[in-house]
Write a protein that binds this ligand. Sequence first.
Ligand SMILES: Nc1nc2c(c(=O)[nH]1)N[C@H]1C(S)=C(S)[C@@H](COP(=O)(O)OP(=O)(O)OC[C@H]3O[C@@H](n4cnc5c(=O)[nH]c(N)nc54)[C@H](O)[C@@H]3O)O[C@H]1N2
Ligand SMILES: Nc1nc2c(c(=O)[nH]1)N[C@H]1C(S)=C(S)[C@@H](COP(=O)(O)OP(=O)(O)OC[C@H]3O[C@@H](n4cnc5c(=O)[nH]c(N)nc54)[C@H](O)[C@@H]3O)O[C@H]1N2
Ligand code: SF4
Ligand SMILES: [Mo]
Length: 727
Amino acid sequence: MMKVVHAACPHDCPDACGVLITVENDRATRIQGDPAHPVTRGFLCAKVAKYLDRVYSPDRVLYPMRRVRPKGSLANGKTDLRSIRTGLSPVPTPSVPMHGAGDFVRISWDEALDEIGSRFRKIASDFGSEAILPYSYGGTLGALNGASMDRRFFHRLGASQLARNICSAAGEAGLKSVIGIKLGTDPEQFTHSRYIIAWAANIHGNNVHLWPFIAEARRKGAKLVVIDPYRTRTAACADWYLPINPGTDAALALGMMHVIFNDGLHDADYLARYTLGSDQLREKVQEYSPERVEKWTGIAASDIVKLAREYATTHPAVIRLNYGVQRSEGGGMATRAITMLPCVIGSWKEVGGGLQLSTSGAFGLNKDALERTDLIEKALGRPARTVNMVELGTALNTLGDPPVKALFVYNSNPAAVCPNHNLVIQGLRRPDLFTVVHEQFFTDTVDYADIVLPATTYFEHKDLQGAYGHYYLQMSDAAIEPLGECRSNVEVFRALAGRMGFEEDCFHESVDQMIDAALHSENPRLRGIDRGRLEREGHVRLNFEEQFPDRSSQFSDFLPFAKGNFGTKSGKAELYSAGLKAQGLDPVVAFSPPVESRHSPQAREFPLELLARKADNFLNTTFCNVPVVQEMEEAGLLKKSAADARARSIVDGDVVRVFNRRGDILLRARVDGAVQAGVVSAVLHWAKLSPGRRNINLLTSEKLTDLGNSATFYSVLVEVELVKPSL
Ligand SMILES: Nc1nc2c(c(=O)[nH]1)N[C@H]1C(S)=C(S)[C@@H](COP(=O)(O)OP(=O)(O)OC[C@H]3O[C@@H](n4cnc5c(=O)[nH]c(N)nc54)[C@H](O)[C@@H]3O)O[C@H]1N2
Ligand SMILES: Nc1nc2c(c(=O)[nH]1)N[C@H]1C(S)=C(S)[C@@H](COP(=O)(O)OP(=O)(O)OC[C@H]3O[C@@H](n4cnc5c(=O)[nH]c(N)nc54)[C@H](O)[C@@H]3O)O[C@H]1N2
Ligand code: SF4
Ligand SMILES: [Mo]
C-alpha cells in the first residue's frame, strides 16, 4: 500500500513549506517539497530534506520515563560523544546512542499521568496553582500543537502565564508601533522589486524560499543590498554588502531618513495622507547626520548617503527585515526606525515595494476558541501572574510568592536556548523542582526532567499551519501512526485535563473540531476557507478581496497599506506614537548604543561584540543531534577577524577561551572573513554536544530589550584568549 500525504513543515521558520510524504506499508519512505506550493515551490531546506532520519532516529524518546538518578548526571557517559568536529571532545563514538536514557526507567502513560496529576494537585494546594509554570516555544508552529489544548489546560489549572518573548517580541512591538499589525510585502512580489535590502536577514540560512524570488528580480536588474555584521552566504553574493556594527541599526535608518528628507526624496503626499508625525520625525532625524551615524555604525558617511538616495529613488524598493536586528538592547526602536522607511518614501503603494518582517498577522485564526483564556478567570477569579520566558534563570532561582515548584516543558529546549545558561541550569538542578519534559529527543532539558513524555513529530499528527513568511494556510495531515507510545501535545494535555478532573467540553473536542473552531473566525481573510477545502487542496491562499472590492482576486497585487489602512488605532502609520509617549519613551524614535557594545566603558574589559547566532543547518537547537545534519554544519567555531586574532596571537584552528563575567566556553578559532574587527560570532548548539557541555548561552544575559521585553542575544561583550595552539 502506497500513499502520498500532504503536510506542512511546522518548524519555527518563516517559510512553512508545503511537504509531500510518501508512505509505503505504514512507513514513511520519502519526503519532498510540494511543487504546487506557490512560494515554497517543491524544494526543502537541506535539514528537512533529511527528515526521515530524524523521524526514525534510534535516539527518539518513545516511552514515558521516570528519573532514577540525580538531575544532570548523564548516566553511562553516553551523552556527549557524538562526533563534534572541534577536536575538543573525547574520541567521537558515533555508534553510541546519544541520550541520557540511563538516567531513567520506563513507566506507563497511566503512571506518568497519575504522578503529574498528583504532584500538580499537591503543589497547587501547598503553594497555589501559580507555582506551576508551563514553558514552551517553537518546537512546532502548528496551530493546534503550538497553542491550543496546552493553553486550555494551564488556563483552567490557574498556572502562571508564560510571556513568550524569547524570539520576536521586540520586533513585533517596534513594527506595530508604526504600522499596527504584523503584515508585510508578499514574498511573491519580490520578483517585481528593483531594489532589495536584506536587513538583518539571513536569507539562505533562515528563509531560503525567498531566494528564488530575489534571484528572479536580480535577473531583471534588481540590486540586492545586505546589512548584517556577519557575512552570510546572502551577503557574499549581494551586489552591495554593508557590514554594520551590532545594535546600531536605528542610527543607520535615522541617518538614511536624514538624507531622504533633506534631499527632498520623501513622498510628501503619502506622508500627509497616511502617516502621523512626519514633521516631528523630520526634526528628529536632523540629529543623525551621516557623519555622526558613521561613528556608531562603522558604515562610511558616503555610503549612507548613497544607500539612502538609491533606496529612495529606485522603484520599487523593498526591505526584507528580519529578526536579527531586534535581538539587541535597542532592538524595538531599531525595528521601529526601519519600519518608518517605506512610509517615508511611500513604497507601500507599489507592487514589489514596502517591507516584510512578518506576515503572521494576516491569518487571524480564532485564538480565543483555541486557547480559552477565559478559563483563567474560572480558576483564579483574577488574571494569573506572568513570567517572562527570557528570565527563566531568575524565575527558577529567586522568584517568590509563590516560587516555581513545577515546570512543564514542551516545544522547547530551555537548557540550551535560554540566555544566562548557568543560572538556568542552577534552577533546573533544584531537587525540589518537579520538571516534566515532553520531547522527541533526549535534549539538554531532558537531562533535568523528573518525568519525560514522548512526543510525536509532524509526520505523526494532524495540524493546521499558518506562516510568518507567506500568505498560504495549509493542512498538515498525519502520514504515519505515532512511533512507540508517542503522543501529540494536544493528546497529552487532553489526557492531563482528564486526570485533573477538568470537565469543560473544550477538553473533549476532537482534532477536527479544533481545526473547525480555529477557522471559525471573524477574519474576512478566512472567508470561504474550511477544513474540507484545506484537506482537498493542501494549501489555500488567504482571501484579500476585502482590500480590493473592485478588483476581486488580484492576489499578487496585495498592497495592504497603499492607501493607509494601517492596523494602528489612528489607521495611520505612527511616526509619532502617543502610545510610546505614555510609556515614557521617545514618541518618535530613540537610539542609544547597547550597554554591551564597543561604545560602552565595559568594552575596556571585554572588547569584542559577540553574535550568539543560529546555525544555518540547525533550527535553533532542533536537528543538532541528527548525524546527517551534523555533517553539514561545522560546530564549535568562533569566527573572528584576522586583526583580532593577530592581536591575541591566535591563528585559525587554535582552541580559544571565550569569556565574560557570566562564564566561559571553549571553541576553535576560525579566521575566514565572516566578521569585521571588533566582532566575533558563534552558533547555538546543544550544550551536551559542546566542549565541556557548555554552550554559547552561557555568555548571554537576561537583559531585556527596550520595547517588548525580548532577549538580547546579539548584545554581548566578551574577551577571547588562546588556550591551545592548533597542531
Ligand atoms: N537554518 C535556520 N533557520 C532558521 C532558524 C535557525 O536556527 N536555523 N531559526 C528560525 C527562527 S526561530 C527565527 S526567529 C528566524 C530568524 O531568522 P532571522 O530573523 O534571519 O534571525 P537571525 O538569524 O537571528 O538574524 C538574522 C541576521 O541578523 C544578523 N544580525 C545580528 N545582529 C545584527 C545587528 O545588530 N544588525 C543587523 N543589521 N544584523 C544583525 C545576524 O548576523 C543574522 O545573519 O529564523 C528561523 N529559521
Ligand atoms: N544564543 C542564542 N540563543 C537563542 C537564539 C539565538 O539566535 N542565539 N534564538 C532564540 C530564538 S529566535 C528562539 S525562537 C528560541 C527557540 O527556542 P526553542 O523553541 O526552545 O527551540 P529549539 O531549540 O528548536 O527547541 C524546540 C524543541 O521542541 C521539540 N519539539 C518539536 N516538535 C514538538 C512537538 O510537537 N511536541 C513537543 N512536545 N516537542 C516538540 C524539538 O524536539 C526541540 O527540542 O531560541 C532562542 N535562543
Ligand atoms: S525548516 Fe523552513 S525551509 Fe526547511 S522545510 Fe521547514 S519551513 Fe521549509
Ligand atoms: Mo525565533
